[in-house]
Ligand binder design. Structure first.
Ligand SMILES: C[S@@+](CC[C@H](N)C(=O)[O-])C[C@H]1O[C@@H](n2cnc3c(N)ncnc32)[C@H](O)[C@@H]1O
Length: 232
């Protein structure tokens, strides 16, 4: 098998040996520590202004009953706002059990399903039905390994319904090179389009400067894609 031709089902096999269980355990602990050791509103990605994301969600025109999956949701207040705005079918998934515990303790479980899983080596996520909207803010850019990126984009391709939407909000080309002590890969809208592939059409995109609780600026690229009804 060629170096870059693994599938999700190959994860952990010798062709994917760079990605072992240790790495996953360490990363889970890293993110659990981040959520355990800080007040939520002091986290370097905590948002008081959700307007760029809400603008793109509104552009989808989705019904309130649509299934929305927030990938690497952490304990984001976006979920509180979606529920307040009457969205009733939300999945939050993250590597960090601590983050998802904090989130569900805050918003309850009536409209929210929490799934602890690794987006680059999913187990339970493989079993979910296709979703209408996939949201990722500040998660994909941590996948610096090309194989992890491929697994993740394959998962998105599998789990977004035809005609469904994907919002990717990542550090842009002027963005920081690290976040939470980890290296990141920075993106342009063209690079995100290329990674998502021919089944997705770019609907909207803009640059946005997020201000961290410390006051430092973090430039992001926000993108909204729609999955074609006829896919290749
Ligand atoms: C910078 S935080 C962003 C959290 C949230 N999206 C937000 O905007 O507030 C990155 C999140 O990605 C999660 N994460 C990192 N690697 C992951 C992986 N391989 N699978 C699932 N979640 C992951 C972390 O636990 C963390 O909650």
């Amino acid at each position: 098998m060629e170096e870059n031709s693994c599938n999700i089902s190959d994860k952990g096999k010798s062709c994917c040996s760079a990605v072992g269980d240790n790495k996953i355990e360490n990363l889970s602990a890293h993110w659990d520590n981040a959520y355990n050791n800080s007040l939520e509103e002091k986290l370097g990605w905590f948002e008081t202004d959700l307007s760029p994301m809400l603008q793109l969600i509104s552009k989808t025109g989705l019904e309130k009953s649509a299934t929305i999956l927030n990938a690497g949701a952490g304990s984001t207040t976006l979920i509180d706002t979606l529920i307040k705005n009457k969205f009733s079918n939300i999945i939050a998934t993250d590597l960090s059990q601590v983050a998802l515990n904090n989130l569900s303790a805050r918003v309850g479980q009536e409209h929210l399903t929490c799934i602890v899983d690794d987006l680059t080596s999913p187990t339970e996520l493989n079993t979910i039905s296709p979703v209408d909207l996939w949201i990722d803010r500040a998660v994909l850019h941590f996948f610096t390994d090309e194989k992890d990126q491929k697994f993740y984009f394959d998962l998105i391709n599998q789990k977004v319904t035809k005609g469904g939407f994907v919002i990717l909000a990542e550090f842009n080309l002027e963005g920081a090179k690290k976040c939470s002590g980890l290296d990141v890969k920075r993106y342009s809208k063209e690079a995100l389009s290329e990674k998502l592939g021919a089944n997705f059409e770019l609907i909207d995109s803009f640059n946005y400067i997020y201000q961290m609780p410390s006051g430092a600026d973090r430039p992001y690229i926000y993108t909204l894609f729609r999955k074609n009804y006829t896919i290749s």
